[in-house]
Design a protein around this ligand. Structure first.
Ligand SMILES: Nc1ncnc2c1ncn2[C@@H]1O[C@H](COP(=O)(O)OP(=O)(O)OP(=O)(O)O)[C@@H](O)[C@H]1O
Ligand SMILES: [Mg+2]
Length: 258
């Protein structure tokens, strides 16, 4: 486990984050920092705001109040987003992997990974393909470079999605339930790739119900309920001695389900 160097500029700095859909307040004044190289695991009941929280961290959702800074640069200030062009540039620094893979179905695996760098990082086709091939090797899929997404298993698709996000050379990776859509026997191969990224020092925020992963790989576990962070701390503390009764009952429900 890595200890946070609190003197460093946080990789992600969130202050007073407030988000509502119409009358429905979904995030209530969230303050949180993610330090460089930290792995933050976000847990909490369905509807507690985990996905919305993550989506605010890469500008996919516009909050009504508060600020989000990525590596010291404001993505959102007083609830207002950066202008589109700057937003796109900053977004490239924040990779995101979703539950549903979201690969381009009509493009080969290699092309899925190389498209972003060609379009957005200005690489030539050869450069982008070379980098993509190396990333596919890293996630154990070099042999699938020329396959189409439909021919892959869910675990393979998700590893391609991770390679695609990494191809943009992000400073932070956000994962929203990356293994929830997978058959149980395919979960391990995706968690393994995420574990490797963590060990290489990637800063990560991960929403997951995989409590073993949270314990083993997480530096900090954040517990959300009702749109707020009800507690955050080292995995051991959260799992063995949580301060909130709501954390205790949530963990009991999750751990007895599996
Ligand atoms: N686009 C939207 N429009 C309206 N309400 C929304 C929208 N997205 C999310 N919500 C609401 O915001 C609340 C938080 O949703 P969110 O998806 O962030 O929760 P979650 O913790 O990720 O839940 P889950 O574990 O089921 O994925 C929920 O009440 C949800 O219905
Ligand atoms: Mg969610």
């Amino acid at each position: 486990m890595k200890t946070a160097d609190n003197s460093a500029t946080p990789m992600v700095r969130i202050r007073g984050l407030h988000k509502a859909f119409g009358e429905h307040v979904v995030l209530k004044s969230i303050d949180f920092d993610v330090q460089p190289q930290q792995v933050v695991v976000v847990i909490g009941p369905s509807g507690s705001g985990k996905s919305t929280f993550l989506r605010c961290c890469n500008g996919l959702e516009q909050p009504q109040g508060g600020s989000v800074e990525i590596c010291g640069r404001m993505l959102v200030k007083d609830g207002r987003m950066l202008p589109d062009q700057e937003l796109d540039a900053l977004r490239e620094e924040v990779g995101m992997v979703f539950q549903g893979f979201n690969l381009f179905p009509h493009l080969s695996v290699l092309h899925n990974v190389s498209l972003g760098p060609r379009k957005l990082r200005g690489l030539s086709r050869v450069e982008a393909d070379t980098e993509a091939q190396a990333l596919l090797a890293k996630v154990g899929l070099a042999h699938k470079a020329h396959a189409m997404p439909a021919s892959l298993s869910g675990g393979q698709k998700q590893r391609v999605a991770i390679a695609r996000a990494l191809a943009m050379k992000p400073k932070v990776m956000l994962f929203d339930e990356p293994t929830s859509a997978l058959d149980p026997e395919l979960v391990g191969e995706v968690l393994q790739v995420m574990k490797m990224l963590a060990s290489e020092g990637m800063t990560m925020m991960v929403v997951t119900h995989e409590m073993d992963f949270a314990r083993e790989v997480g530096d900090v576990v954040v517990v959300m309920d009702g749109g707020g962070i009800i507690e955050a701390g080292a995995p051991e503390t959260i799992f063995t001695n949580p301060s909130q009764e709501r954390t205790r009952s949530f963990l009991q429900a999750v751990l007895t389900r599996t």
